[in-house]
Design a protein around this ligand. Structure first.
Ligand code: NAD
Ligand code: UDP
Ligand code: UDP
Length: 320
């Protein structure tokens, strides 16, 4: 059945992949974005298709559309970008959630929130299960994002309890892949671009901090399965690839996959940078029969070829 589907943040890294999958399934997709970190080029393959539309709009303001489903992804995700205008980041999460929940309530439709592993903060439980309440700074530089996303989740649960809105909350762990922005600032794109240019790889801290990296296609599959769950949901689901990797390992892997001559240089660890992070995905597995399929090496190879293409188009020849 063809649905009209709203994707906020549709011109961003995850959003553009999600829009492509939904359009390919024959749905009518509307990508809403204010282009804070997203780009129209991300949507090149879709622009002009009869079942795809874009709308420049900031989700902190009300929006009235008639749709059948909402994926609420609007929010900068990279620390560099969400800390650039922290007040706007909190507004995007909180007011954006209120407006999109208001729309879901008015229309009686399901809505999915792109929440984050950051709501666990610098966790003292490992791996992180959904019941863990987190260890989050209320005042540090990451708080605008972490607390904004926590408040957005609270709004989702209250709209469910008070108004019966059909909610889905995905706690997304670090995701990477083609169409990350060159200037995104997150570790995978930074290291790949540095490696391809034979520039120093900037390893923050001692490089022993860990993350678990999910390839974007796997994440999008998880998001769509979560949206399509038929039983009522009133709590969050972790989505991520539970292979814990240190940043030093990621640097070495990217240097070896690119054949780069880049040296590794150590830079100070940003304040409140979580030391360890890895999802427990048992709930996603039981509920969605979902597990990530793309191994890190394969996903990195695909991301590296993407960035090789981007750099060569910019006449920034890959220096080997
Ligand atoms: P991204 O920065 O590439 O995309 C976010 C998009 O939202 C951009 O297109 C941006 O322009 C848009 N946007 C920002 N503020 C907006 C506003 N006020 N109104 C309308 N549009 C706005 O980030 P991403 O990696 O694609 O992340 C997508 C979502 O997934 C975000 O909500 C993020 O918090 C969440 N998430 C991502 C990851 C990850 O590793 N990629 C991890 C956890 C959670
Ligand atoms: N809203 C929106 N689009 C809609 C419906 C509501 O942007 O289709 C906004 C509305 O402007 C309000 C917010 O969502 O600011 C919350 O709506 P709700 O109905 O929950 O709250 P109320 O209007 O009663 O304050
Ligand atoms: N990081 C790094 N070098 C970089 C960018 C990031 O060592 O050039 C580290 C960062 O300190 C963190 C990890 O990589 O420990 C993941 O950072 P990212 O910004 O990608 O995601 P997040 O911290 O939000 O999980």
């Amino acid at each position: 059945m063809q649905k009209r589907i709203l994707v906020t943040g549709g011109a961003g890294f995850v959003g553009c992949h999600l829009c492509e999958r939904l359009v390919a399934q024959g749905h009518q997709v509307i990508a809403v974005d204010n282009y804070y970190t997203g780009r129209r080029e991300n949507l090149t393959a879709l622009l002009g298709l009869p079942n795809f539309e874009t709308l420049r709009h900031d989700v902190t303001f009300p929006l009235y559309l008639e749709v059948d489903e909402i994926y609420n992804l609007a929010c900068p995700a990279s620390p560099v970008h969400y800390q650039r205008d922290p007040v706007q980041t909190t507004k995007t999460s909180v007011l954006g959630a209120i407006n999109m929940l208001g729309m879901a309530k008015r229309l009686g439709i399901p809505i999915l929130q792109a929440s984050t592993s950051e709501i666990y903060g610098d966790p003292d439980v490992h791996p992180q299960v959904e019941d863990y309440r987190g260890l989050v700074s209320i005042s540090g530089p990451r708080a605008c994002y972490d607390e904004g996303k926590r408040c957005a989740e609270t709004l989702f649960y209250d709209y469910k309890r008070r108004h019966g809105v059909e909610i889905r909350v995905a706690r997304i762990f670090n995701t990477y892949g083609p169409r990350m922005n060159l200037e995104d600032g997150r570790v995978v794109s930074n290291f790949i671009v540095q490696a391809l240019r034979n520039e120093p790889i900037t390893l923050y801290g001692d490089g022993r901090q860990t993350r678990a990296f999910c390839f974007v296609d796997d994440l999008v599959e998880g998001l769509m399965r979560l949206m399509n769950v038929t039983q009522p949901l009133d709590s969050a689901v972790n989505l991520g690839n539970p292979v814990e990797t240190s940043m030093a390992e990621i640097a070495d892997l990217i240097i070896s996959l690119t054949g780069s001559r880049s040296p590794i240089v150590f830079r100070p660890l940003p304040q409140d940078d979580p030391r360890q992070r890895c999802p427990d995905i048992s709930k996603a597995h039981e509920l969605l029969h979902w597990r990530p399929k793309v191994p890190l090496q394969d996903g990195l190879k695909r991301t590296i070829s993407y960035f090789e293409g981007v750099l060569s188009k910019m006449h920034d020849p890959v220096r080997r």
